[in-house]
Design a binder for this molecule. Sequence first.
Ligand code: PHE
Length: 450
Amino acid sequence: MSSPRGQFSSKTGFILAASGSAVGLGNIWGFPTNAAENGGGAFVLIYFVLAFCLAYPALMAELIIGRHTKSNMVSALQKISTGAIAKNIGKLTGFYGVIIATLILSFYSIVAGWMLAFLLEPLSTVTGLSDVSIWLTEFGNTRNIIFSAVFIILTTTVISAGVEHGIEKWSCRLMPSMLLLMACLIVYVMFQDGAIEGLKVYLLPDFRQIGDPQLIASAMGQAFFSLSLGVGTMLIYGSYLSPDENLPAMGAIVTIVDSSIAFLAGLLVLPALFVAQQQGVTIYNEAGNLIAGPDLIFQTLPTLFHSMGAIGIPIALVFFCLMTIAALTSSISMLEVPVSYTIENHGTSRHTAAWLIGVVVFVLSSLIALNFDRLFSVVVTLTTEYSQPLLGLMLCIFATWVWHRDKMLAEIRSGHPQVEQSLFWKIWPGYVRFCCPVLILLMFVQNILN
Ligand code: PHE
């Protein structure tokens, strides 16, 4: 129990940091492509329902536990438990969260590394270094490992500077820059031929798909990933929040910001895809579906940027800068999970803990990169599709079944006594106790059966 705990210096600092964690590649890449694959507007609609009815309540469970216990997930779940069995299950669940956060960061940093490489590509094109351009944009072990290392170093540098001077300071700089870049790109793309067709695919719901279990499972996975749930990132950010803040409102703002940015990203990516089609780029794969995975970001869009001539260069630069920033504000929150655990439970200094875990993440990420075909999608599925919902379920159970109800209610009241008159106060405790676990479990089983 060495250094004193950090704290966000302001409400805005917390909102930007937590939204920064939530808004990431999941929003700008995952959300639009999931929407394109799953019935456009139908997916958008179901996603919003699930984000507010399932992910927001689960987010609140994490924030409330975090702020009350003022500790990392491993200690937090032990602290709110009474009895040896519950404490041990809490400890194991906490460890599971720490491991999953570390694994998510390991694959995330490979993808974020690609964004960095593609960010440098326009510069090498301008300076005439065509060999470098090819190296930067072609899939290769050396490139993958070098750029994921650079990205991990950036992440570790921010985390080793602490809560206020690292996480908060950088979130407050990066989030507004990201929004600005995104707004510029949307405006530009909207005026290009083909954009309206993309908008239609994105926004017009195909109602036949609305009850499709595949669509619902994708929307839930997307909502949990996007709000960074289950792995203790929101719990630890909540633990750095002052007891004077109105927690339900903070959580609602973060959910609204996250969903709005995902929605905005759709206004960028899908129209851009159809603008690319106008320029002769293929946007449907052999099966007749819209190109969605890595090919969308690393082939279709770059081809579009190239076909735009001189203006394509700054556009590509802005686009990959946007992606890199979004990834960075998320990755710092992932790294904070194992780092805060190491600092608080092993008495390590922040600097040592951050760099030590940075090295572990680098080793894991290199292992995944070197065995890409075998490991990458396995790790993604294991962490995001299976572990995140399961951990979210455990957190709901801990907040409402294991934790003493009066203490939990007292924590919600802290900083906002009028909350007792709100709908949140009347609905949330019972809802998270009964409905959320059942809903998450149902969708989880459905996902496995699929
Ligand atoms: N929410 C982030 C995104 O949308 C990913 C993330 C998952 C961040 C888990 C932290 C923890 O990209």
